[in-house]
Each structure stands twice: as C-alpha cells, then as structure tokens.
Design a protein around this ligand. Sequence first.
Ligand SMILES: N[C@@H](CCC(=O)N[C@@H](CS)C(=O)NCC(=O)O)C(=O)O
Length: 218
Amino acid sequence: MKYYGFWRSLAACRVRIALALKGVKAEEIPVNLMQGEQLKPEYRAVNAQAVVPTLILDDGSSLFESMAIIEYLDEIHPQPPLLPKDPKGRARVRGLAQIVVCDGHPLLVPRIRNYLEKELNLDEPARTKWCQHWLMEALQAVEAHLSKEKETGKFCHGDSPTLADVCIATQVFGARFYNCNTAAVPTVMQVFEQCMKLDAFDQSHPLKQPGAPKEIRH
Ligand SMILES: N[C@@H](CCC(=O)N[C@@H](CS)C(=O)NCC(=O)O)C(=O)O
C-alpha cells in the first residue's frame, strides 16, 4: 500500500494518523502542493480532483477522499476501531469529523487560497484572516458539542481515539500554523493534548514529515 500526500496537507495527515493508529505501513509519495504538482496531468490521472490524499492499494486500484480512505482502513483493519459500535455513536463521531472535513477545512486548501490571491487580489493579511476565521468557526462548533455532550471523554467520544479525533487534531495543527487563539476552545485543546500523547498523532505531525520546514511560512 502507498499513498500520495504532502507534508503540509491536513487531509493527507488524517490518513497518515489513521494508518499509524492501525499500525499499517504505507509509503508516502509526495506531491508538492506548493509547486502545483497536483495540477500536472500525471497526477490528475491518479486523482481526478487534483488533490491529496490518494491511497493506492496493492492491486493497483486507488481510493480517494480522506474520510472514505479512513473508513476503508477501518473496515479492513478493524483494530483499534475508529468508529463506535452503536449507530448513534457512529453518527456523532462522523458528525464531529464532518464539521472539520466538510465545512471547515475545504475553505483553507491551496486552490481556495490561490483563488483569493490571484482572482480576488486579497493580500496576505486578508488571506490569513480568512483562514483564521474559518479554522476557528469549525473548532468553535466542535467545542460546543464536546463541552456539553456526555459522550465526550478523554477523547471526542469516550476514552479512545476515533475518526473525530483524527480530524479535529489536524484542524488544530492548521489553527496553530495560522497562529489562531485556541484559548476559546478549551475542551478541543484538552482532547488535542490527549491525542498528542499518542505516537500515531505526534509522529504524523506535518512538520515532522520529510521535506517539511522547521516552521510554517505562509
Ligand atoms: N475532502 C478532501 C480534501 C482534499 C484536499 O483538498 N486536499 C488538499 C490538501 S489538504 C489538496 O490537495 N489541495 C490541492 C489544491 O487545492 O490545489 C479529503 O478529505 O481528502
């Protein structure tokens, strides 16, 4: 198994964390998003949306979209489970994950930032303000759930990590890259600290990947 990713990609990071939690080894093939490599015809032939991640299975077939990839990994490597056993629990975990993956993170990706810069002529401070705003919108919605729902434990749902933690941890990585004030989301940050005690999260951090700089410059 191998996957196309990039050190800076939060979506690829989600897959990296899930692979690590499952103890599955997969080589990462870097696609340099900062140099636009995702837009080259060779990569478009791999991923029709020109985005990472793409998981390539041993039979050569490919899977796309981080949530679909992670749920596939969870089905073929059921231990440790990333979704609860009960339907209501699964709906809650998927809901928390989707606040980030469907509604928050898509507003930050390179094609959006490039459009803001090149088509709408927004300068760097305005683009940073945009990213900070949407990063925190998602995390504040997650905070509202985590802080008042009884299912919240050490992690988003109980005392072991789920799909929700994978997604929320990567959104916090993004919030830190953009120097967001995370004091407003204390429960999210408690869960994040628990996640970061696990090697699977710590070692999957974007800045710990080959080719990553010591710190993020926008
Ligand atoms: N919903 C997709 C998002 C994929 C995505 O947008 N990935 C970003 C990196 S985090 C990307 O490759 N962007 C390329 C671009 O925007 O040009 C997923 O979860 O896999």
